[in-house]
Structures are given as C-alpha cells and as structure tokens.
Design a protein around this ligand. Structure first.
Ligand code: NDP
Length: 458
C-alpha cells in the first residue's frame, strides 16, 4: 500500500537542498505526491519560511516548475525540534494528523539515526510506517550490524529502505537490463572467456570543502563498499529468477557471500599530495583519497578471474567505467599481434553512457597484422528521472528493488572490513595522476589499468 505521508528528518540540511526538494517537485509534477510532506529540523522556521527555502533550493539545484512547485508547496509543513527531545515527536504526531502509513526519511548525520528511530517508536510513529535510511549505513561490519539491530527493534525488514542513490541511476540500471535482456552475453560471461574485470571511478576534483566529512570516511567507505560493490554485483551475479525485489537481492547476496574478504595484499591506498592542507583534515591524517583493490569471487562462474576496483580523487578526469577483458584466442595464429590484444566489453557509466565491444580487425596491408576497433552503442543519455525521484517514488510505493537488504549490506561490509583504516599503508600521489605506482603493481600479470578517456576519437 502507498504511504500516506512523507516525513523527512534533516529538512534544513545540504542533502535536502540539493536532492530532496528537486525530487519532491518532480514527483509532484508527475502527479505522484498527493500526501502531506513534513520536514523536521532544529532551525527555528515557520511553514512559510520552509516553503521559501524549498523554492530557493530548487532554483539553485534544479529548475523551478511553477505548477509542480505550487502542488508541492501546498503540502509542505515544517516541524521544529531537536531529535533528542520527545516534544519534537509529539509535534510530529500532530502534524501527521492521523496518517496511518507514513514514510520517514532519515536524511540526517548517521550519529542521529538511532535517536530518531527511538523517538519515532516512543511516539507511536513506527506502526504501519516505512523508513528510508541515508548512506553511510554503518562505518564497518560491527556498526552496520548494530544499526540493523536498532532498526529491527522498531521496523520490520520489509519496511526498511537503505538508500544507495547510485542504484537509481539510469546507466547502472542499464547494466542489469543489458546483461539479462540479451542472450548473446551469457555464453561468454564467465571464467571461460573473461580474463579480468576492472571498474574505475575517477574524480578529477578533491574533497571540495568537505574535508572534515571525508577525513572520517575515506574512499573505501565512501564509494567502494557501497556504489562500486553494487556495480560489481550487477556485472557478476547470476540471473535472478524474476524482477522481484527479493529475487534480485537474494542473487546479489549470493554473490557478495562468494567474494573473498580483502586482505592487505589486495589493497593499495593512496592520498593526494596536498590533502593535509584541506580544511577539516587532520594534519597527520592517513585517510585514503584513492584505493585500488583486487577481488576474488569463489564461484564456478568466476573462479580465478580477478576483479579490480579503483576509485579516487584528484585523478586526471571524472569518469566511471567498467572494462571486461576477454581472453585471447587459444592459439596465436597472428603472432605479431601484441600479447594483450584481447577483446573486451566496456560500460561507460558516467559522465556519458556507452556500451562498447572491442575487437580486432586486420589492418590494411600485406601482413596479417591487426588493429583494435570498438563497436559502440551510445544509449539515449537523457536522465528523464532524477535518481532520488525514482528512489523516493519507489519507497512511497513500497518497492524495495533498488534498496539494500540487511543481509546484503552486512555481506558487503564483510568484504572490506579486514582492510578498513590503516590495514594497508597510504602512499602519496601527485594530483592529476592515476594514483600511486603501487596500483600498477597490483594489476601486473593482467596487463595494465585501462585509463578511461573522454576523447571519443580514441
Ligand atoms: P547536514 O549536516 O547538511 O544536515 C543535517 C540535518 O540534520 C539538518 O537539517 C539539521 O538541522 C538536522 N539535525 C542534525 N542534528 C539534529 C538534531 N539533534 N535535532 C534536529 N535536527 C538535527 O547533512 P547532509 O544533508 O549533508 O547529510 C544528511 C545525510 O545524507 C547524511 O547521512 C549524509 O551522509 C547523507 N548524504 C549527504 C549527501 C550530500 O551531498 N550532502 C550525499 C549523500 C548522502 P539544523 O540545520 O536545523 O540543525
């Protein structure tokens, strides 16, 4: 059943401004938001001020649609109060005005998650309700387990929606679609034909003034444990028996459980030169701004195939790309070809979207010498739905397909848990390079990293 009120904690925060208000306006514009929308935070605001704040946020971070915004504004209410104060939740009960199936969205610092869950329960606001929990979900396996336990005190797992906005992105959804809507990929999608897989998430910028936040987190926690491992599951999991949320998430879980927990030898951590000068960063910080990992998947499909993930800040460009290297033909019929001239499949996830099939063709001339070509499909890249619009719309309808289940989030932490923090040394790299040289050594024996390019002619 659809939720009959949308309550969001953190209504005056950064995420609300950047993502939540634009998504709410889009839902209102699509006629999918005919319920009260209640924002809660500490700031001493009136309903009128809250509406003005929402309008300014949409103007800054999206595009104001006068009609849709009016529809949203009529439904917007503000509740002021500290989350540690029971009176805040009494005011929420009044604002809910008898709504029986509210969706509570925790867009707040993780340190406040449990306080709000307890406050909601004490005020009787959890019965019939759903809850959306923002990332990060824990900072290691132990804290993720504790948060799951706290949630389950008040909510049934079927009512819990752990958000990873990455899963709401069109090109990420397309990975799942492309893999299982085409039969031709399946026969080659295993250790028989795949030599190795690389996933690169590169950002050309640094911590952008969020040094204090980043210094508590680091690259492994910020993007690998969640976004990159989710991309890996979509690439490597077996076909789910249906599109149903549980079928899909169970298949992901099977894959997570087959990924060997990382050891320090599988990890290279880097930190860009100058990170210590960022505001909010500890002078002796050894938090990583770059990480490269080598993963092994112990299944019949993938035994012996290395999966590499590399992510970092201050790299040469901003781009996310998957590169699946296929094995070379069993016999070197054309020995003049370079040894690593294997074929490949490439998925560009951002900033543009493309699916490429790399192959070799004969170069013109007398000798049987080849050259690489790529057949590229560039799907329509219009994001006709914001990821947060898609995800909040799904949560309001109770569709959990794009949200992470309790066992999956714990299984993902289990993979990275042994190498969090200082498990491997951190090596300094020059901004504008592809991280520390040790990341090249990690991949030795499998060729080298495929550095994405934004130049379409290469
Ligand atoms: P902010 O610090 O900007 O906002 C925090 C919000 O929580 C404010 O509305 C603040 O209210 C409210 N708040 C905090 N403590 C209390 C309290 N004790 N009582 C009442 N209200 C309180 O955080 P963000 O918006 O940046 O982040 C929110 C969540 O979203 C985090 O989990 C973050 O990891 C996640 N996230 C954020 C992203 C971003 O780009 N910002 C991206 C992806 C995820 P007030 O201002 O009135 O004090």
């Amino acid at each position: 059943m659809d939720s009959d009120a949308f309550v969001f904690f953190g209504a005056s925060g950064d995420l609300a401004q950047k993502k939540i208000f634009p998504a709410l306006q889009a839902l209102a514009g699509d006629g999918r938001l005919d319920i009260p929308v209640i924002g809660i935070a500490r700031s001493n605001w009136s309903d009128a001020h809250f509406r003005e704040h929402a309008k300014a946020a949409i103007q800054k971070h999206g595009k104001l649609d006068a009609k849709a915004f009016q529809h949203l504004a009529q439904r917007l209410h503000y509740v002021r109060g500290d989350y540690a104060d029971a009176q805040t939740f009494k005011r929420l009960v009044t604002a809910l005005n008898g709504a029986a199936r509210p969706l509570h969205y925790l867009a707040i610092p993780p340190s406040r998650f449990e306080t709000v869950i307890e406050g909601l329960k004490a005020a009787g606001c959890t019965q019939g309700a759903r809850v959306v929990v923002e990332k990060p979900f824990g900072r290691d396996l132990q804290s993720a387990r504790a948060l799951n336990a706290a949630l389950h005190q008040s909510f049934d797992e079927s009512s819990v929606f752990r958000i990873d906005h990455y899963l709401g992105k069109e090109p990420v959804q397309n990975l799942l679609y492309y893999r299982f809507a085409n039969a031709f990929l399946e026969p080659i999608w295993s250790r028989d034909h795949v030599a190795s897989v690389q996933i690169t998430m590169a950002e050309s910028f640094g911590v952008q003034g969020r040094g204090a936040f980043y210094d508590e987190v680091g690259t492994l926690r910020d993007v690998v444990q969640n976004h990159m491992l989710q991309v890996l599951t979509l690439l490597a999991m077996d076909p789910p028996i249906s599109q149903d949320a549980e079928a899909l998430r169970s298949e992901k879980l099977r894959l997570f459980q087959a990924i060997r927990p990382l050891s320090p030898a599988d990890v290279v951590r880097g930190q860009f030169l100058g990170y210590h000068d960022e505001k909010g960063v500890a002078p002796d910080s050894n938090v990583e701004t770059f990480v490269a990992v080598r993963l092994a998947i112990d299944t019949w499909r993938w035994a012996g195939v290395p999966f590499y993930i590399r992510a970092g800040k201050c790299l040469p460009l901003t781009c996310t790309e998957v590169h699946v290297d296929l094995k070379a033909p069993p016999q070197a019929l054309f020995p003049k070809d370079p040894p690593h001239a294997a074929n490949f499949v490439r998925f560009r996830l951002s900033p543009d979207v493309a699916i490429g099939q790399g192959a070799r063709i004969k170069a013109p001339g007398e000798g049987m010498v080849g050259q690489g070509v790529e057949l590229v499909a560039e799907p329509d890249t219009r994001e006709d739905m914001l990821p947060y619009e898609r995800l909040l719309g799904d949560a309001l309808r109770g569709d959990a397909t794009l949200f992470t289940r309790d066992d999956c989030v714990e299984a993902a932490w289990q993979i990275v848990d042994p190498v969090l923090d200082a498990a491997a040394p951190v090596e300094v790299y020059t901004p504008g390079t592809w991280g520390p040289p040790a990341s090249d050594e990690l991949i030795e024996g499998q060729g080298s990293w495929h550095n994405p390019s934004l130049d379409k002619s290469t």
